[in-house]
Structure formats: C-alpha cells, structure tokens
Design a protein around this ligand. Sequence first.
Ligand code: ACO
Length: 322
Amino acid sequence: MTYSKITGTGSYLPEKILTNKDMEKLVDTTDEWIRERTGIRQRHIAAEDETTCDLASHAALRAIEMAGKSSSDIDLVILATTTADKIFPGTACLLQKRLGVHGCPAFDVQAVCTGFVYALGIADKFIRAGEAKCALVVGSETLSRILDWNDRSTCVLFGDGAGAVVLEASAEPGILSTHLHADGSYEHLLHVPHGISSGYEQLKAGEAYVYMEGNAVFKMAVNKLGEIVDEALEANQVSKGDLDWLVPHQANSRIIEATARKLKMSMERVILTVSEHGNTSAASVPLALDTAVRDGRIKKGETLMLEAFGSGFTWGSALLQF
Ligand code: ACO
C-alpha cells in the first residue's frame, strides 16, 4: 500500500513586523485587548513589492531542502491561497516557474483558512493513486492587502506569511486520513464581498476588504473543530491519548484552547504560534508545523492532528504519522 508522508517542512515570515503597540497608533485598540481576546502579540506584513509567490518560494525552498530533494524532483505543486498574485495564471504556476519546475500539474486551492488542509488532502489522493511521487504543498498569503486598516475589528487579527511541506510516496504510514467539509450557507459571516464577477468596481478601487462577524465565527469554529477532531479519531480507531501533537489553525488562542479542552489535551501538546504572526489564513497550519519541527518539539514517528476552520465556511482535519 502506498502512503503519502511529509518529508520536509518550511516557512517564511516577511521582515516587517507590526506590534500591538503599532496597531494602537492606527486604530482605537490596545495591546491588552488584542492579547486577551486573541493571543496575538504581533503580525508580519509583506513589503510593497513582495507577493504571495515570493513568500511561497522561500517556504518551499526550505521544505525542499529539509526533504533532501531538488526542485526537479517535484511532480505536483498545489498552492492554497486567497490572495493570489494575479487573477490568472494561478500562483502555483508562478511558483512552479520560480522553482524551475516544468510540466507537472500546478494549481491553486481556494478554501481560505482551511486551504492548506484541503491542498494536503488533494495531494495525498494524487500520491495514493500513483499520479505523483513528490508533491509540494504550500499555503501562502498576503492578507494585509485585503484588510481595512481603519476597521479595528479585523485589521488587528491578520498577517502575512507562508508555509510548505514536501509530501512523498512512502511504504510507511504517513497521512492516515483527511476529512474536508464546507457549508456555503455561512458565506455572509466571513467574506470579502467583492470580486471579479461581482463588485469589480470596488475591487478596482481597492475597497475589497475582509468582513467578519467575529462572535458568530468564533462559536461555529469551536463547534466544528471539536467535531472534526472526533471524526478523524473515530475513522482511524485512534484514541485522544494516542495523539502526540495538535497543530491547529492559528486564528485565536481562545479557539485553540477550547479545542484542546475538548480533546483533554494539555496546552503543552498544542502548537501555538498565533502570538508571533496573527491569522495567516492558509499559511497558518504549515507555519505552525514547521516551527515545531525545526525547534525539535515534533519528532519523526509522532502522531499529529492538523485542523483548520475558515471562510465558506470550510473546515477540515488531517491525521498523520510524521
Ligand atoms: N480593540 C478594541 N476593541 C475592539 C476591537 C479592537 N481591536 N475590535 C472590536 N472591539 C470591540 C467591539 O467594538 C465591541 O465593543 P462594544 O461592546 O462596545 O460593541 C467589543 O470589542 C467586543 O467585540 P466582540 O466582537 O464581541 O469581541 P469578541 O470577544 O468576540 O472578540 C474576535 C472578537 C477576536 C474577532 C473574536 O470574535 C474571534 O476571534 N472570532 C473568530 C475569528 C476567527 O477565528 N476567524 C477564523 C477564520 S478567519 C478566515 O477564514 C479568513
């Protein structure tokens, strides 16, 4: 039986940092409010000439290096993003060109904060089906470009960044399952209300911003994240106690703590990086994963639960042996 296994991780955060104190100068907020409600201390902001593809390429090269591969080994590129460089072609194709990879499938996945988990699920299926052997799966975002910097209820929450993994065909178990979900009836609670075929005037005028009903999103996120964790454990006949690490979407430390409580997991077994970069949407799960792999917390052979929730609503999990 062929599994897919993560053999390399990488991440990248832009140089420029906006601390909560900096945010106090932009909107009517306080460092205390932001930390207490979200756990966020700072966020990274892409330079004016830095794009989602730029961030993605740094993260991708680091993941490829850790896997001991070269770009020419990559036979599938999937990039999860909500903030593509161009309307077309897909940012995955731009990344493919940047890495000097030619001919293999390369496409974007748009599932907002759950994008990376969706991309991982798709790449896993390509590998299990024998259609790819060495996939590059990336989450990369420049959310700062679609924030209303006068709206304190959203602009303090998000940041820019990228994370990537190399996923290879393996005889040993790697990804044990992915469970992906969506319910578009919640579209209006978290969205950018303008796009190409609807509200293009606002898009051109630079007035297409993130809109969120934070409270409603919070409640739904806690519920759904609890449900998907149970779903994945049950499907694999794995008990809560068998999990070594929870690697959650980094939106809000209170949401993460609520999920950990449901799992009866100590926060010492939960990877929490939101304080350092805010909500980086599709980049957040691979960013957290790479941080904990590189600082030595996550080790080979351990069992990890990755989970995410985002606009759509979309939500999903991946249970894997690292
Ligand atoms: N600074 C100070 N006060 C603020 C700020 C701010 N930055 N933002 C809002 N407030 C005020 C509000 O105006 C409100 O004031 P009022 O009581 O006078 O009306 C008060 O704080 C409370 O506002 P709430 O929205 O009720 O605050 P809440 O405790 O719900 O926290 C938050 C808000 C942090 C947004 C929370 O709801 C949350 O994290 N939601 C989930 C976000 C999320 O997880 N998103 C994931 C998906 S993201 C994606 O898919 C792109």
